[in-house]
Design a protein around this ligand. Structure first.
Ligand code: UT7
Length: 321
């Protein structure tokens, strides 16, 4: 028994912020942002919330998979930017969908979140604990972005992606994941839900702070390593892989990973041009786009790979059905 993705969905806020708009807030330019990151636009919430985007992406995934809400036995939402702490975002999704038979919890693993949600659901489904799972990445990173910091505000965007997984016959590919808490300082954000004085809430440490170069170097080194590790572990040759669906952080990171793996860049789809970095939503949004436009075909082997704050990183292999 394994876990098989049978439906995908995504949601992006209708408001689109381009690089020129960012250049009105910080000293930067469309040219610099495109050249150093690949990002041209990002979707930013206006009326949406992390919960509402998660619900919409989830509904679309259920529709796509032909799965009824009552069939869902597990809902995992990966997020670092929910508008609510209690109840958890996954319980709000359950309520909205009417997924009355689901066990629900949130997961906080930043940009590795969707890979970890997938792995967790896979373990439950392949272990026979549940038969149907819904995994969602939903982020309103604009709420955690310091719009005065040009080292970070150029990168991030908002959105949500979801996948429905069913237990079914097939091979279980074992994932590989790692964490290095000792290097956590590279990307931080203090919680605003502490007993701090209201006037301190605007301090930069209550927004995402990043050592961009450190994260960049970490990603370009560790992601190819973990991809090689997951392929070796599962006795899969890289020639068998049709797509490497990576967390969408920076086009130069994706290119660097392709180069180190000695794989053609065409195997590394990107949509960060439009969305920026949507943390745990990025892989799910890309999967959904690729399913809808027909790039994902039955029998293809796919690698998903995430990396980010923690530091955390990991990869999984799956066969598209
Ligand atoms: O989801 C995982 C989390 N994050 C990431 O994966 C991000 C990883 N890091 C990155 O993507 C890149 O490090 C950044 C895009 C954040 C920065 O790009 P970089 O090529 O590493 O730039 P840098 O920090 O080395 O700065 C190069 C120059 C500096 O000027 P000088 O000292 O050479 O004169 C910066 O002051 O570019 C300057 N700079 C900018 N200029 C225009 C830095 N940010 C900007 C900016 N616009 N936004």
């Amino acid at each position: 028994m394994t876990g098989i993705i049978c439906g995908t969905g995504s949601y992006a806020p209708s408001y689109v912020m381009d690089n020129n708009e960012i250049a009105t807030m910080v000293e930067t330019s469309d040219e610099w942002i495109k050249e150093r990151t690949g990002v041209a636009t990002r979707h930013i919430i206006k009326d949406e919330t992390t919960v509402s985007m998660a619900c919409e992406a989830a509904k679309r995934a259920l529709d796509d998979g032909g799965v009824r809400a009552e069939e869902v036995e597990l809902i995992i939402v990966s997020t670092i930017s929910s508008n609510i702490i209690l109840p958890c975002t996954a319980c709000e999704v359950q309520k909205e969908l009417g997924a009355v038979n689901a066990t629900c919890f949130d997961m906080s693993a930043a940009c590795s979140g969707f890979v970890l949600a997938y792995n967790t659901a896979l373990a439950y489904l392949s272990g026979g604990v549940y038969r149907t799972a819904l995994i969602i990445g939903s982020e309103s990173l604009s709420n955690l972005t310091n719009w005065k910091d040009r080292g970070t505000c150029i990168l991030f965007g908002d959105g949500a992606g979801a996948a429905v997984m069913r237990a079914g016959e097939g091979r279980v590919y074992l994932p590989v994941t790692h964490s290095d808490g000792a290097k956590g300082k590279a990307l931080t954000c203090l919680s605003r839900h502490t007993s701090i004085a209201a006037e301190r809430m605007t301090d930069p440490e209550y927004y995402m702070q990043m050592d961009g170069q450190a994260v960049f170097k970490f990603a370009v080194k560790k992601v190819p390593e973990v991809i090689s590790e997951v392929l070796t572990k599962n006795h899969v040759e890289k020639e068998e892989i049709t797509w490497y669906i990576m967390h969408q952080a920076n086009s130069r990171i994706v290119e660097g990973v392709a180069k180190r793996l000695d794989e053609p860049i065409e195997k590394f789809p990107m949509n960060l041009q439009e969305y920026g970095n949507t943390s745990s939503a990025s892989i799910a949004i890309l999967l959904d786009e690729m399913k809808r436009d027909g790039r994902l075909k039955s029998g293809q082997k796919i690698v998903i790979a995430g990396f980010g704050a923690g530091l955390t990183w990991g990869a999984a292999v799956m066969e598209w059905i």
